[in-house]
Design a protein. Structure first.
Length: 644
C-alpha cells in the first residue's frame, strides 16, 4: 500500500549561539506532528535548517576575525546539537550555503528577472540589520525598527526589486477562496487588512553594500537578498531547480509551514507571491503560532528573561520540557513559560498521573502474579467504560492533530491516563488480592491496566518518545503500532513485565526553583561578559587629553517642549552657568537632577537641539541596549574640578 506523503517545515533559523526556548517550541511542535504522521502511516518529510547569509553575519564574522562560513559552521553545529538533545527527528537539514540551494536560487532569480518580475532601481531608506528589513520614515516607531525596536541606519544603494504589487489582487483572491491557507483565523485577517488591501510596495531583493550572500549571476556586484534566498529553501530542499526533482514531485506543495507569528508576513505574502510568479502551487497551509512569553513579555537577552532549553533538559530531562511546550501552550496563541508552573506540571501530570499509574500497575503484577501478565477472564461492567474510552481515544487524538490542536490531543491521552488511575481506586486490587476466590478478577483488572498503559504509550510516542520507550520496556510491549489500538487485546497474557526505575520522580519545587534562579543569574552574568560590544578604534593619549571633563552642579532642570526624551539643564561650572540639552528624560525626572553633581564634557562644540542651545554633554553609562542609564556621579568634588 502506497503511503500518503506529508511535508512539514519549520522556518530556517538565523544562526545564533543562543537559541532560546521560543525557537525550540516551534521545532518541538513540528517534530510532534511529523512523528504522529509517521505513526499513523504517512510518508513524512520534515524539513528544518539555517538561513546563513546577510550583513549581520558578515559583520559578526569580521569582528571575530573569521570568514562568514567559518562562523556559521560553528553555530550550525550547535543548532544541530540542540535538535539532537531535544529529540528532533527531522528528515532533512538545509543550509542556505549548500551548493544545490545556491544554484537553484540563482536560477529562480534569473527566471523572475527574465520574465520582467524583477527590475533594477535604487533604494533609499532606513535599514535594520538584525531584521534585515528596509523601512520608510513613516514606518519607524520612535525612530527605530517597528519589528524589533532596535536602532536603524540610513542606507542608499542600487538594488533589484520584485514586483509584489503585480500579484497582490491574485493573492487576496486566493486567500479568500482558501480560508484554511492562513491559520489561525486572526492571522489571516491581519495579513489581509494590514498589508494586502492597503497596497503592496515592490520588494528589495538584492544588496550591494555587503557580499556575504548568493551572487546575482548576471550582475555580480549584487547578492540576492534574504527573501528569495531564504524562503525558496522549502522547494530547493526537495530538489527544485536541480537535476533530481523526485522529492519535489512527491512532497510539494507542503502540507504545513509551521512558523512564529513574527514572520507571518514573509510566509503568507512574499513567499506565495514568489510561487505565483514561478507558476508553482502554494503550500496548503501556513500556521503562525504565538510567542512564548516569560514574566508577561517576549524573551530578550537584554531583559535577562531568556529561558535556556539546554539548562532545562539538563535539569529535568527532555520529555518534561517537550510535554510542557506541547500541552500547556495554547497552539496558535501566546503562551506563558514559568518555572514554577512547569515544575508543578511535571509533578502532577507526569509524576502523579502517568508515572504513578505505571509504577502501581507494574508493582501489583510483580507482587500478585510474579511479574507475569494475567489473562482477562473475569470481566465486569465496570471494565467497559475504561475499555471504551481507550478504544475511542486514538480517534480523538488523530482528529485533534488533523486540526493542529496539539494540546487537545494530549488532553485526550491524559483523560485516559486519569480514567485508568480512577479505575484502580474503583476496583481496589489490593482488596481483591486478599481473597483467593477473586484472583481471576484481580488478574482481569491488572490486564486492563497494563493494556491501558500500552494504549497510552503508543499515543504519547509522538510527543514524549523517550517516555514511551521507557514504558514499553517496563510493560514489555509486544505491539506498538497505531493500528494495534483498534482492539483492546495487544498485550499477551503470560508476558512478563520488567519493573524499572520511577520514570518521573517528584521534584522539590522550592529547592529546584532556587537552583534554577542561581543558574539563571550565573548565565546572565556570563552572557554580559561574552557579549561586550566591540571597542571603538584606538586613540592616542593626545586625543584623550583634548577632552575637558569638569564637575558641574545642576541648578535647574525642565523638559524641552515638544521633545519626549530631552531635558534642559542649567549647570554651575564653578562660576560659569551653562545650558545643556540631554536625552535622559526616560531615566530621570527633572527634580531628581536638581542639586546633583554631574560630569560635563566642557569643551564640546555648542549645538542647537530642538531650537535650544546645548553647551556640553553630560557623561552617563548604560547597562545595555534596553537597560537603565546612569548619570556619572563625581561625588562631593567642587564644581569646576577637572576630572582626569
Amino acid at each position: 500500500m502506497c503511503k500518503k506523503p506529508y511535508y512539514i517545515t519549520t522556518p530556517i533559523y538565523y544562526p545564533s549561539a543562543n537559541l532560546h526556548i521560543g525557537n525550540t517550541y516551534t521545532t518541538v511542535a513540528a517534530d510532534a506532528l511529523a512523528r504522529f504522521k509517521r505513526l499513523t502511516g504517512y510518508d513524512v518529510m520534515f524539513l528544518t535548517g539555517t538561513d546563513e547569509h546577510g550583513q549581520k553575519i558578515q559583520r559578526i564574522a569580521e569582528e571575530k576575525g573569521v570568514t562568514p562560513k567559518e562562523y556559521v559552521d560553528e553555530i550550525v553545529a550547535g543548532i544541530k546539537s540542540l535538535w539532537e538533545l531535544m529529540d528532533i527527528s527531522y528528515d532533512k537539514f538545509i543550509r542556505t550555503t549548500d551548493d544545490y540551494h545556491i544554484k537553484a536560487v540563482q536560477d529562480i532569480f534569473k527566471k523572475l528577472y527574465d520574465q520582467g518580475d524583477i527590475y533594477k532601481d535604487s533604494y533609499e531608506g532606513w535599514y535594520c540589520t538584525p531584521c534585515e528589513s528596509f523601512w520608510t520614515e513613516t514606518q519607524l516607531v520612535d525612530g527605530k525598527c517597528p519589528d524589533c525596536g532596535r536602532p536603524v541606519e540610513k542606507a542608499k544603494e542600487e538594488a533589484y526589486f520584485f514586483k509584489m504589487s503585480k500579484y497582490a489582487d491574485r493573492l487576496i483572491q486566493y486567500i479568500e477562496e482558501h480560508p484554511e491557507f492562513i491559520q489561525p483565523e486572526s492571522r489571516k485577517n491581519e495579513m489581509l487588512n494590514n498589508f494586502l488591501r492597503p497596497g503592496l510596495q515592490d520588494l528589495c531583493v538584492s544588496r550591494t553594500s555587503f557580499n556575504w550572500g548568493i551572487p546575482v549571476t548576471f550582475d555580480t556586484d549584487h547578492v540576492i537578498y534574504v527573501w528569495i534566498d531564504a524562503l525558496s529553501n522549502y522547494i530547493t530542499a526537495l530538489g527544485y531547480g536541480n537535476e533530481d526533482t523526485t522529492l519535489y514531485e512527491k512532497f510539494w506543495p507542503a502540507d504545513v509551514h509551521l512558523i512564529g507569528k513574527d514572520i507571518l508576513r514573509f510566509h503568507t505574502i512574499y513567499w506565495p507571491i514568489m510561487l505565483m510568479a514561478l507558476d508553482l502551487p502554494l503550500p496548503k497551509q501556513v500556521f503562525g503560532h504565538g510567542w512564548l512569553l516569560v514574566d508577561g513579555g517576549k524573551m530578550s537577552k537584554s531583559k535577562g528573561n531568556v529561558v535556556d532549553p539546554v539548562a532545562l533538559v539538563n535539569s529535568f530531562g527532555v520529555d518534561p520540557v517537550r510535554y510542557y511546550l506541547l500541552k500547556e501552550i495554547p497552539f496558535g496563541s501566546d503562551g506563558l513559560f514559568n518555572n514554577e508552573i512547569f515544575i508543578k506540571k511535571i509533578n502532577s501530570d507526569l509524576a502523579n498521573d502517568l508515572g504513578n499509574l505505571l509504577s502501581r500497575t507494574i508493582t501489583m503484577i510483580e507482587k500478585y502474579f510474579d511479574c507475569v501478565v494475567p489473562a482477562p477472564t473475569a470481566k465486569e461492567a465496570i471494565d467497559d467504560e475504561l475499555i471504551r474510552l481507550a478504544l475511542d481515544t486514538p480517534g480523538k487524538v488523530e482528529a485533534a492533530i488533523d486540526e493542529l490542536k496539539i494540546p487537545e490531543a494530549l488532553e485526550a491521552i491524559w483523560n485516559l491516563i486519569g480514567r485508568a488511575n480512577k479505575y484502580i481506586d474503583e476496583t481496589t486490587p489490593w482488596i481483591l488480592a486478599k481473597d483467593e476466590a477473586k484472583k481471576e478478577r484481580l488478574g482481569t483488572v491488572l490486564y486492563n491496566l497494563i493494556e491501558s498503559l500500552r494504549f497510552a504509550s503508543v499515543m504519547i510516542s509522538a510527543f514524549l518518545p523517550t517516555t514511551s520507550t521507557k514504558i514499553n520496556e517496563q510493560i514489555n510491549a509486544e505491539v506498538t503500532t497505531w493500528n494495534s489500538l483498534s482492539a483492546f487485546d495487544g498485550t499477551s497474557a503470560g508476558n512478563k513485565v520488567n519493573k524499572g526505575a520511577v520514570i518521573f520522580p517528584r521534584i522539590d519545587v522550592d529547592a529546584k526553583l532556587a537552583e534554577l534562579e542561581a543558574l539563571r543569574e550565573a548565565q546572565l552574568k556570563a552572557t554580559k561578559k561574552t557579549e561586550m560590544k566591540p571597542i571603538k578604534e584606538e586613540i592616542t593619549i593626545e586625543d584623550f587629553e583634548k577632552i575637558d571633563l569638569r564637575v558641574a552642579k545642576v541648578i535647574a532642570c525642565e523638559p524641552v517642549k515638544g521633545a519626549k526624551k530631552l531635558l534642559k539643564l542649567k549647570v554651575d561650572l564653578g562660576g560659569e552657568e551653562r545650558q545643556v540639552i540631554s536625552g535622559i528624560s526616560q531615566y530621570y525626572k527633572p527634580e531628581e537632577l536638581v542639586g546633583k553633581n554631574i560630569v560635563l564634557v566642557a569643551n564640546l562644540k555648542p549645538v542647537k537641539l530642538r531650537g535650544e542651545l546645548s553647551q556640553g554633554m553630560i557623561l552617563a553609562a548604560a547597562t545595555d541596549d534596553d537597560g537603565k542609564l546612569f548619570v556619572v556621579d563625581p561625588g562631593d568634588l567642587e564644581t569646576g574640578s577637572i576630572v582626569r
